[in-house]
Each structure stands twice: as C-alpha cells, then as structure tokens.
Write a protein that binds this ligand. Structure first.
Ligand SMILES: Nc1ncnc2c1ncn2[C@@H]1O[C@H](COP(=O)(O)OP(=O)(O)O)[C@@H](O)[C@H]1O
Ligand SMILES: CC(=O)OP(=O)(O)O
Ligand SMILES: [Mg+2]
Length: 364
C-alpha cells in the first residue's frame, strides 16, 4: 500500500511517502507563509503515482471524531465548523486537504485527528468547572491535542522497555513549538495539558500555556486591548518568545549558556511548568512506570530534560547525566539502570503514525 502523509502546520509542512508501512521519502518545508503553495510544491516534487491514499493531520476533531475518517464534503464542513477552536491549525489543515483533493482526484483522503487519542479522557478530567449548561451549549471541554504523537511515543516506550502497553503507565511530554503533557494509563489517554484549544498547559515557543483567565478580562477592561489583540498576544507573543524575545529553544539555550538573565528566566519558567505537570500526573496515575520526552525540544534539549526532572528523587525519578547528554537520535533510556521510573527519549513520528492509521482505515 502506498500512502502520502501531509502534516500541514502554521509555519511548516511535513510530509512522508510510505510503501507498506516503510518510509521511502519525505521532507520538511520550513518557514511557510502560504501553506497551500507549499502543499502544491510537495505534490509536484513527490512521486505520487499509484497512491492508495493520502493521510492528513487534522488538529481539532471536536467531540465527533475518535477514529481516522475518510474525508468527504460533509467531513470537511465539520472540520471547518471547528476552526474557532483551533484557529492556527484547522484552516491550514483544510487548505492542504483541498489542494490534495484537487490535484489527486479519485485518491481516497483520510483525516487523522490530534484530538482522537484523547477521547478516552473521563469527565472528571475533561470538564471545566463552569456552569454545565453554558459548557454543553458551547462545546467547552478539554479536547487535548498532539494525540497522534502521545499515542505513538507511549506505544514505542512500551516496546523500548519490553513491556505490554496495556500494563504501562506513562507520562509523555511532547515539547515542540506547541507543547503538551499526557498521562497514559495502559495505552489510553487519561488526561492531557491542552484543553479546549492548543493554548492551555505548558509554556510553549510563542504560546503562554496556563494563565489566570482574569488576565484576559484585565487586559480588555483596564488596558483596553481588543480580544483579537489579546488572542494574538497569548498565541504568538507569549511563551519563550514573550519572556525573552526568542521562541526557539536553541537560541534560549545558547543565551542561557552565555549568562543572559531573560533567557535563563524563560528556561526556568518553562521547565518548572513541565515539572509541575509531572508531579500532578504522578498523583493522578498513582503509579508511573515511565516518563518519555519527545518532539524538537524533548528530543534534543538535554538541559530541559535535566531541569524538568531535577529534585524528584523522592518520587523515584532521576536522570543519568551521561545518558542524558549523549548525542543520539535513537529511542533510549536516560535514567539509571534499575530506577523505579524509566525516563526515556523517543523521537516522535506523527507522519508514520498517520500512515499506519490511514492504512488500517483503508483495510477495514
Ligand atoms: N538541537 C536542539 N536543541 C534544542 N532545541 C531544539 C533543537 N532542535 C530543535 N529544537 C527546538 O524544537 C522546537 C521545534 O520542535 P518541533 O517538534 O520540530 O516543532 P513543531 O511543533 O513545529 O512540530 C523549537 O523550539 C526548536 O528550537
Ligand atoms: C496542536 C499543536 O499545538 O500543534 P503544533 O505543536 O504542531 O503547533
Ligand atoms: Mg508538532
């Protein structure tokens, strides 16, 4: 089976070509200003002859989509209705789907949703403590994102440790441009740090993560900012960028190594937020077998891994410095042998997981 995967983001297009589950080609178009044009270029350059299907990453699937879904006009409409809940993501996902349908008529197109893996989150974690009628009428709930990545790396973690995923409790930390934590119990998501939208939770490259919601009222009423301006502030001018002017963790690390105070503070805010979620999810899971770091920061930034888990020895959580600092692209253990909690680094592969799920959908 030959499958093309498109992961169209706000600033990049990642793609992969898979033949019977094996990657045969792929790439990354970075710093994209026109995602539709970037998708056109991918479709011109990749060998798309004899494709069995295209698998698309779609970020917000709302309450409805808990499995990979063949895309028709009605599904497109449903994804379009969810744009207000993922304004940075669903529009560019849709642009990619439209171009692929246009340029590859007759090839089945599948949507694999970031939210799907989190549909197992129980009400006690999915519900915000607000008036239930208001919440229900407006679809206000924790949906969660990066589900394809959390599913993939939690499964790979079980493989790496030689354990059955059904028996393993894992905290997965997806630290990329967007960042989220997930508590995976026996292979199922039981809670995650992103919520209604991909803005809640961890500190990100340019997104604030958790703040007191009253900050929004204050900036509107007292500082006179419009809601659009506040939206822009929290999504694009916050996080690492807001704290120190750089949204790229590589820059933050470089400046911190040079003793830059703002970058050091940004790093500390970032890592302490991660640590807080590790502690919270440890308590919720009751028993943690593994903690797994993934995505650009999680896979590459040893100082972030070290600082995020420092001082947690009493919980059985520790990182071996030599293992943590070793330059490697492999799935690996970075805790000492025999530690109660295995700390792992597992490179994520959302494209491979989307290809796998698309193939399974077609075979059904
Ligand atoms: N070697 C590295 N050291 C530290 N951070 C890195 C490194 N490589 C990439 N990153 C960080 O990873 C982030 C991007 O992660 P990635 O998973 O590629 O993002 P996306 O969410 O766009 O898929 C950026 O903040 C970048 O600085
Ligand atoms: C959902 C989300 O935040 O995705 P990304 O990290 O690709 O921005
Ligand atoms: Mg990503």
């Amino acid at each position: 089976m030959k499958i093309l995967v498109l992961n169209v983001g706000s600033a990049s297009v990642k793609w992969g070509l898979y033949l019977d589950g094996r990657s045969v080609d792929g790439g990354l178009v970075d710093r994209v200003t026109d995602p539709a044009q970037a998708v056109r270029e991918v479709l011109f350059s990749a060998d798309v002859s004899g494709l069995d299907a295209v698998g698309h990453r779609v970020v917000h699937g709302g309450l409805r989509f808990s499995t990979p879904t063949l895309i028709d006009d009605e599904v497109l409409e449903a994804v379009t209705r969810l744009i207000p809940l993922a304004p940075l993501h669903n529009p560019v996902n849709l642009a990619g789907i439209r171009i692929a349908r246009e340029m590859l008529p007759g090839v089945p197109q599948a949507a694999v949703f970031d939210t799907a893996f989190h549909r197992t989150i129980p009400p006690a974690q999915a519900m915000y403590a607000i008036d239930v009628e208001v919440a229900q009428e407006n679809g206000i709930a924790r949906y969660g994102f990066h589900g394809t990545s959390h599913a993939y790396v939690s499964h790979r973690t079980a493989k790496l440790l030689g354990r059955d995923p059904a028996e393993l409790n894992v905290i997965t930390l997806h630290l990329g441009n967007g960042a989220s934590a997930c508590a995976v119990r026996g292979g199922r998501s039981t809670t995650t740090s992103m919520g209604l939208s991909p803005l809640e939770g961890l500190v990100m490259g340019s997104r604030s993560g958790n703040i007191d919601p009253a900050v929004v009222f204050h900036l509107h009423r007292v500082a006179g900012m419009s809601f659009d301006a506040i939206d822009d502030l929290l999504n694009k001018r916050s996080g690492l960028r807001g704290l120190c002017g750089d949204g790229d963790m590589r820059e933050v690390l470089r400046r911190r190594a040079d003793g830059d105070a703002a970058a050091t503070l940004a790093f500390d805010v970032y890592c302490e937020r991660v640590k807080g979620y590790v502690g919270a999810y440890y308590a919720l899971l009751g028993r943690v077998d593994a903690i797994t770091f993934t995505a650009g920061v999680g896979e590459n930034a040893a100082p972030v891994r070290e600082a995020s888990l420092s001082g947690l020895g009493a919980l059985g959580i520790s990182v071996d410095p030599a293992r943590n600092d070793a330059a490697s692209r492999e799935e690996r253990l970075i805790s000492p042998d025999g530690a109660p909690v295995a700390v792992c680094v597992v490179p994520t592969d959302e494209e491979l997981e989307i290809a796998t799920q698309t193939a399974e959908l077609l075979a059904r």
